[in-house]
Design a protein around this ligand. Structure first.
Ligand code: SF4
Ligand code: SF4
Length: 312
């Protein structure tokens, strides 16, 4: 693993609603029909950066951090219990209707993606090449050496995370994984992403053994990934650990799935309830605006499943 290694980076930004520094990478080992980043995940676009260049960005971001999280909260999932990203406290003396009332206005910053805090997490997101560890091992070690108070998070489809790579990344300093599991059934997964998901289904239990913090993201796609597959995930995840933070996102049409519809309010609530039925404790619905079009709908959802379960 000697020599120079670089990664093509599309953008680096304090992202919402995650409230951490997101490093958007170009090129990916998947070609998902639903990809929202297709214009840089399927095309080489951006600037080649060395681990040292990434470190400079992390050190610059560290100066702006307003919330210091413990390692167990080095996830996207935990952002939403701090702030609902409404910006009300920055433009008036009051707080927004769904504000969790945990932060002071001076902890809220504006970024191109909106209002929220800046948490001490750096996340490698966008196109996924974790099947090629050389760059990541170098950059993780460098960040841990120069900025040990910053948690290192990756957003991944899991394809590159065979046991050997998970162990390699953990020893290089990786703190947490956002695992986008996409579909349970092998046939649907192949249709949706073009690959197998055989070993991806094993990651929740391997990550737990390894000591890496894990969060899981699922997506409800009517006609492709519906309640039956969500229930299979519920069973798998509850057997691995009932405390895994899980976000179920509502699909919205994009890229090669532009002809598919969005899920309804009841489909999303049923997906939440099936997780609850399997004893999973930290489940949240995301992309709420997709299935709740009015403030009344959001209030109804909060009443039905609780504020904690609604990602705003
Ligand atoms: S893994 Fe993510 S970035 Fe890659 S093609 Fe699929 S959705 Fe796009
Ligand atoms: S802390 Fe967040 S949710 Fe609360 S008012 Fe400010 S921006 Fe809105």
């Amino acid at each position: 693993m000697g020599g120079n290694v670089e990664r093509l980076i599309y953008d680096i930004i304090l992202s919402r609603p995650e409230d951490y520094l997101s490093i958007y990478q170009s090129c990916c080992n998947h070609n998902c029909l639903k990809c929202h980043s297709w214009y840089f995940s399927q095309y080489a676009k951006g600037k080649w950066m060395k681990p040292e260049d990434i470190l400079k960005e992390v050190l610059k971001y560290r100066e702006t951090v307003t919330v210091w999280e413990p390692r167990s909260r080095a996830t996207m999932w935990h952002a939403s219990d701090l702030c609902a990203h409404c910006g009300v406290c920055k433009v008036s003396e009051s707080k927004g209707v769904f504000c969790p009332n945990k932060l002071k206005p001076e902890q809220i910053l504006f970024s191109p993606q909106g209002y929220g805090p800046a948490r001490n997490i750096v996340s490698f997101t966008g196109g996924d090449l974790y099947c090629q560890p050389s760059f990541y091992v170098k950059v993780f070690k460098l960040i841990k050496r120069e900025a040990p108070e910053m948690w290192i998070h990756i957003e991944t489809n899991g394809y590159g995370l065979v046991r050997e790579n998970i162990e390699l990344y953990y020893s290089a300093g990786l703190d947490s994984i956002w695992l986008d599991m996409k579909a349970f059934d092998a046939k649907t997964y192949r249709e949706l992403c073009g690959t197998t998901n055989e070993w991806i289904l094993e990651i929740p239990s391997i990550a737990k053994e390894s000591g890496i913090v894990l969060e899981v993201v699922l997506i409800y796609i009517p006609g492709l990934v519906e309640l039956d597959q969500i229930e299979k995930f519920a069973k798998l995840l509850s057997e691995a650990d009932k405390e895994i933070p899980i976000t179920i996102l509502a699909f919205f049409p994009e890229y090669l799935l532009s002809g598919f519809r969005k899920p309804t309010y009841s489909e999303m609530v049923n997906a939440y309830k099936v997780m609850e039925k399997h004893g999973l404790k930290k489940v949240r619905l995301g992309n709420v605006g997709v299935f709740c079009k009015t403030m009344e709908n959001i209030e109804k959802l909060v009443k039905e499943i609780g504020r904690e379960a609604v990602g705003l």
